[in-house]
Design a protein around this ligand. Structure first.
Ligand code: GDG
Length: 462
């Protein structure tokens, strides 16, 4: 038995919210769920810019009491920190790189310095707040070099890392300037966690190429250290989400959608606006559905909810414009006075409304070009009516495809393939829909977010 209740310290770029009523952010949802049971410290950026930045006071906010109390501890950043660390290196270099989009990398050595500086300062500040037994669990691509900095501040804790986004094969990773240094920084962790087996294997391949030796399926010895390198597919609280979908708020949203649909079938997409989500390709796939299978004319509507994210970055504004253009075009060409083929809104919805909207939809359309996991795929299934469930259409390039094999799997790069997959989903008879739903739901309940956290922490406790 491992020591119970070693304090959990979570590090992530954004901290909170602890209540899950808010807007987007797969990571926030999962971390809040993860901390609720066990309590602990959640450390990261306050979301505020100030001149004192990372040297300013630590803001503290304590929720609850006793063994499950959660302390939120945050630091501000300066404007320069934010622009170099967050907008620059994290989102213009690491995000595209790790999503296999080397064409979109916009590298500036000043941003790299800013990234390392912010990692160093956050790590130094955290080092003074942790005890030797605390388990430190660092989240995501903003903090690849965090453990290295903690080690320099003499932390001997067990430190784990979980990457929420994909990890590409060595040839892609090595596009990163000073990729070797980055790999060495990662070796300061004790556990490297990834979304999929494929991601973990890519990491192991990189380590082996640098002289590592695989000592078991999930362990590698390299440069004198033993690391666990393993897939921990992130999950949702499937049972609670299923319950959420039948609450009054969800029913109101469902009824509102159904009134508007007036007997038509709904296809739903829910994504932060991001090039990784393949939104223009998805819209073209829907257009192709109307072209190739004209019997759907006047009979199906596609609802895309796409709250903006990182709105300051040009790339995101461009995608939004492109989506407005395609939907305008499709609606003009195919629509009728009483039928709008594509409804596209950038307004975020409360979580309960989202659950109701999923439930009102015959097809969940999740077609990223590349995605770490994709929680929308899991939420869509969990929200379905068990007696008359809808069908998930899922990109082969979402991490979720490794687990959700009963979805209709599609290649988002082909509009014809997407159209065919939607058509298959729309045509599927009830008994097959129920069979697929039951298999998926069983998997989601068995592998929920609590199981995810426990499995990870077990590995971290060593
Ligand atoms: C990263 C990885 C990985 C979206 N719109 C609204 C809303 N959302 C919620 C969804 C879902 C979450 O945001 C999005 O999660 P995803 O997993 O789909 O995607 P990312 O944000 O890119 O997350 C991803 C994840 O981290 C976790 O590891 O799965 O691969 O990219 O929960 O429901 N929520 C509300 N209103 C909205 O309008 N309330």
């Amino acid at each position: 038995m491992s020591e119970p209740n070693r304090r959990l310290v979570v590090v992530s770029n954004r901290v909170g919210p602890l209540v899950s009523g808010g807007k987007a952010g797969g990571l926030a949802v999962a971390m809040a769920d993860a901390l609720k049971e066990r309590g602990g410290l959640w450390f990261g950026w306050s979301g505020e810019l100030s001149d004192s930045g990372t040297w300013g006071p630590v803001n503290r906010d304590v929720h609850g009491s006793g063994s499950t109390a959660i302390t939120l501890a945050t630091l501000d950043m300066t404007e320069e920190d934010h622009s170099q660390f967050y907008e620059g290196y994290a989102n213009r270099v690491l995000w595209p790189l790790l999503h296999y989009r080397t064409d979109l990398i916009d590298y500036d050595p000043k941003d790299e310095d800013g990234y390392k500086r912010v990692n160093q300062r956050f790590a130094t500040r955290l080092a003074s707040m942790v005890g030797p037994d605390d388990l430190i669990w660092v989240q995501d691509y903003h903090y690849l070099t965090f453990a290295q900095q903690l080690r320099m501040a003499e932390a001997s804790n067990r430190i784990g890392f979980f990457l929420h986004i994909p990890f590409p094969p060595p040839d892609v990773f090595n596009v990163l300037p000073r990729a070797d240094d980055m790999l060495r920084a990662l070796l300061a962790y004790d556990v490297l966690g990834f979304q999929t087996q494929g991601d973990a294997e890519n990491m192991i391949a990189l380590m082996l190429a640098e002289g590592g030796e695989r000592t078991s399926l999930t362990t590698v010895r390299i440069m004198g250290r033993d690391l666990t390198v393993k897939a921990f597919p992130i999950a949702i609280d499937a049972q609670s989400f299923a319950e959420l979908a039948t609450t009054e708020d969800a029913q109101i949203a469902q009824a509102r959608a159904e009134r508007l649909l007036n007997g038509r079938q709904q296809i739903i997409g829910v994504d932060r606006i991001d090039y990784s989500k393949g939104l223009p390709e998805r819209f073209k796939g829907f257009k192709k559905l109307l072209e190739d299978y004209p019997e759907n004319s006047g009979r199906v509507s596609f609802l895309q909810i796409a709250p903006p994210s990182r709105g300051t970055l040009d790339a995101y504004a461009r995608i939004r414009e492109e989506l407005e253009q395609i939907s305008g075009h499709v609606n003009g060409r195919f629509g009728d006075i009483d039928w709008v083929p594509i409804r596209f809104t950038t307004r975020g919805q409360p979580r309960s409304a989202l659950a109701g909207l999923y439930r009102a939809s015959r097809v969940g359309l999740v077609t990223p070009l590349r995605d770490g996991m994709n929680l929308v795929a899991k939420e869509y299934v969990a929200a379905q009516d068990p007696n008359d469930p809808g069908v998930l259409v899922l990109s082969q390039f979402a991490g979720a495809a490794e687990q959700m094999t009963q979805a209709v799997i599609t290649n988002p790069y082909s509009d014809g393939d997407v159209a065919e997959a939607i058509q298959t989903a729309l045509r599927m008879d009830k008994s097959e829909r129920i069979d697929r739903y039951q298999a998926l739901m069983e998997m989601l309940v068995e592998n929920d977010v609590n199981a995810w956290r426990r499995t990870y922490l077990q590995a971290l406790e060593g």
